[in-house]
Design a binder for this molecule. Sequence first.
Ligand code: SF4
Length: 226
Amino acid sequence: MQITEIYKSIQGESSYAGLPCVFVRLTGCNLRCNWCDSEYTFTGGKKMTPGEVEAEVQRLAQEGLVEITGGEPMLQEKELVPFMQRLLDLGYRVLLETSGERPLADVPAAVVKIMDVKCPGSGEGASLRADNLDALMPRDEVKFVLVDRRDYEFARDFVRQNGLTGRVANVIFSPAFQKDAAGARDAAHCMVDPRTLAEWILADGLDVRLGLQLHKFIWQPEAHGV
Ligand code: SF4
């Protein structure tokens, strides 16, 4: 497996935000989202066997949450699918953060998929594989990262048209963070003001969760490995 980093931190996103979590960040992505904060994963990394990755996860935590992220981790599906099953067998709760551009049908059912559906403002708005909606399970989560009102309306209409709130555990609307954000740990770096987003969600009566990237408020926004 090609690995950018493995570390333990506090989960910053999804309904698992706030919980301690080991992150396994795989190298490589086939998308180029305008607001991507993980460009350092596009190249480089270190080749590790699944056994070596497992040993490092176990060194960091004997139990609890493990998030598989990237980059786009499903680009390494051949190694990753059995690796996620191995983590499940060891008793970990496994989260998979994915864009939904690669097929997800073979992801073990007990893995919580967190599918980041790209909105137009990302520049990758047409990247979702439509049949991945059928691979979603009731425990999964769908996230929309928003840069403006157009993205919000796209997400709102997508949720309604696909009946998402009844199909997955959580639908999350999250403001994009400015890519070059540095210094102060505050909401001024959000590309949609969280208060404005809250007002839009309430006005439309959406049953979705407003998500802020917790780690950007705990550590400096430009920090890696947190
Ligand atoms: S899919 Fe994720 S890692 Fe890839 S470009 Fe988009 S935000 Fe960055």
